[in-house]
Design a protein around this ligand. Structure first.
Ligand SMILES: [Zn+2]
Length: 82
């Protein structure tokens, strides 16, 4: 009988600990965006341009500008529009 009681106590303890851990994980997830808002400045939306050759979108600051168009690489600027 005491063996059964022992296992019941063990199972209840495991359930209690797992519930506490789950609640902590939820709380941590809920805190994360708040912490982000408090910390780093909000990311500014970046202007995106499209490569005239392959059509890939990339930040305007990374684009190669040539012949009045935007390109993802000097190679595609050389190949020209498609
Ligand atoms: Zn390209």
């Amino acid at each position: 009988m005491s063996k059964v009681l022992f296992w019941v106590v063990i199972i209840l303890a495991v359930l209690l600990v797992s519930r506490l851990l789950a609640r902590q994980a939820v709380r941590r997830r809920a805190d994360a965006p708040r912490r982000q808002r408090r910390g780093a400045p909000p990311a500014r939306p970046q202007a995106m341009v499209q490569c005239a050759h392959c059509g890939v979108h990339l930040p305007a600051t990374d684009a190669v500008k040539s012949q009045g168009r935007n390109w993802c690489s000097p190679e595609h600027a050389r190949l020209g529009p498609r």
